[in-house]
Unconditional design. Sequence first.
Length: 135
Amino acid sequence: SFSDALYGTLRSNPAVLSYCAGWQDEVPAAVTVCGFVWAVQCVHHAPACDRTTHGLTSWQEQSIYLREDLPIDTMRSTLLHELCHAVATIANRPLNDDESAIRVIHYTLYDFFCYNAEAVRWLFGVEEANERGAK
């Protein structure tokens, strides 16, 4: 299911989890989604998108594009949003086309990550994390 695949993806990619939760500032270079390695690229603007688009997930290229000039909190949120699309392309294809549902999932997760550092550590088995993530 999508939720199992998303949980597994976040649990098996600690650098991505740490970045999205605000515990580190370096954008991860890649993320493994259901056994597929996706590149994470910071670019001037996402391919085939206007300059206001924050990010893009390309199944064909197995890449997640993030606009490089975004504020760091927006970049974290956008990576989580695009990660939801990447998981959905594999685990629940119809969900990938439902932008409203992806937004609800990513905003809910991002809010949870921002305000519940101890619960995130427990849920994902993270033993230590920078306290900046705790609010």
